[in-house]
Design a protein around this ligand. Structure first.
Ligand code: HBI
Ligand code: FE
Length: 296
C-alpha cells in the first residue's frame, strides 16, 4: 500500500473532531449511498486484479474469491459477505471510516470482526492510498478470511496485540502482521505466490513482488522478522516467504514473549538487509529503491 494524499470519505464517517459515534468506531457501511462513480472505481480495480491474480495469488485466495459474493459490478455489501464468511470461518465484516486506534483494531480482530473502510479511493489515486479503503480491505483481506488458518491467525493477532501493548512490544508484533497478512508470499508447488492483502490489492505490487529482480525474497523466520523495519511509502525491499498457510497456524501456538525479548534486544534490521543465516530464494539487486533514491 502506497500513500499520497487523503482519500475522500464516503458516507457518514467520524463525528465532530474525528470522534466516532460508536466506541468501537464502527459505522454503517451506507451501501445505498455509493454513487455510480464509486462502483465504477471498484470495477476498474476489480477487473485489473481479476486478470492479474490467477497464477500469481495462492490457490486459497483464488478459491476464497470464487466462494464469496464479490464481483466486478458493484462494491460488495458487507452484510452479504458476513453471511458467507460467518458460515465458513465465523468472521464478519464491520464498517469503519478508515484507520482506527490500535486497541480498537485488536479488539475487533480478537472477536473475529474485520474492520473494513467503507469509502473507496478516488479515480485519480487508483494506485496510491493512505488509509485502507474498501478495495484494499474487502478485495485484499476478505478472500483470505475464508481460509481457516488465516482466520485463526488474524484472531490470534488481535489477542496478541492487546498483550503486546502491555509488554511494550507492539512494534515487534506489528512487523509480523505487516510481512505476513499484508505483504506475505508463500511457496506453492508451482512457485512463489501471493497471500498478503497489501500485494493482492495492488496492481503494481502484484507484479513487483513476484517478477521484479529488485526485492529480496527470504524464507520467513519469526524472530528475524520481529527485528525488521518496514516501509509504508513504497514497495517492500524484502518479502518473506512461508511454507504454507498452516505455518501461520503454528505461530498461534507459540508464546511470542521470549521472541519479543530477544528481537527487541538484538540490532534492528533495515528492510533491505540480508543476514548470513537467511535462507534466500532470490537476492534482490535493489534497483527499484536505488533508482528512486537518485531521482528524489
Ligand atoms: N485500522 N482500519 C484499520 N486497519 C488496519 O489495518 C489497522 C488499523 N489500525 C491499526 C493498525 N492497522 C495497525 O497499526 C496495527 O495492526 C498495529
Ligand atoms: Fe490491510
Amino acid at each position: 500500500m502506497i500513500t499520497v494524499d487523503a482519500p475522500q470519505k464516503h458516507g457518514l464517517a467520524a463525528g465532530d473532531a474525528g470522534r466516532p459515534a460508536n466506541a468501537d468506531w464502527t459505522i454503517d457501511q451506507g451501501w445505498e449511498r455509493y454513487t455510480a462513480a464509486d462502483h465504477a472505481t471498484w470495477k476498474t480495480l476489480f477487473q485489473r486484479q481479476a486478470k492479474l491474480l490467477p497464477g500469481r495469488a495462492c490457490d486459497e485466495f483464488l478459491q476464497g474469491m470464487t466462494d464469496l459474493p464479490i464481483g466486478a459490478d458493484e462494491i460488495p455489501d458487507f452484510r452479504r459477505l458476513s453471511e458467507v464468511l460467518m458460515r465458513r470461518t465465523g468472521w464478519q465484516i464491520v464498517a469503519v471510516p478508515g484507520l482506527v486506534p490500535d486497541d480498537v483494531f485488536f479488539d475487533h480482530l480478537a472477536n473475529r470482526r474485520f474492520p473494513a473502510g467503507n469509502f473507496i479511493r478516488r479515480p485519480h489515486e487508483l494506485d496510491y492510498l493512505e488509509e485502507p479503503d474498501v478495495f484494499h480491505d474487502v478485495f485484499g483481506h476478505v478472500p483470505m478470511l475464508m481460509n481457516p488458518a488465516i482466520a485463526d491467525f488474524i484472531q490470534a493477532y488481535g489477542q496478541g496485540g492487546l498483550r503486546a501493548q502491555g509488554l511494550g512490544n507492539l512494534a515487534q508484533l506489528a512487523r509480523v502482521y505487516w510481512y505476513t497478512i499484508e505483504f506475505g508470499l508463500l511457496q506453492q508447488a508451482d512457485g512463489l505466490r501471493i497471500y498478503g492483502a497489501g500485494i493482492a490489492s495492488s496492481f503494481t505490487e502484484t507484479v513487483f513482488s513476484l517478477d521484479s529482480p529488485s526485492p529480496h525474497r527470504i524464507r520467513l523466520n519469526l524472530e528475524r522478522l520481529m527485528r525488521t523495519n518496514y516501509r509504508i511509502d513504497d514497495f517492500q525491499e524484502s518479502y518473506f516467504v512461508i511454507r504454507d498457510l498452516d505455518e501461520l497456524l503454528e505461530f498461534t501456538r507459540i508464546d511470542f514473549a521470549p521472541l519479543y525479548q530477544r528481537a527487541a534486544a538484538a540490532p534492528e534490521l533495515q528492510p533491505g538487509d540480508v543476514l548470513p543465516e537467511d535462507q534466500v530464494f532470490h537476492r534482490g539487486d535493489g534497483s527499484h529503491h536505488r533508482a528512486k533514491a537518485h531521482s528524489a
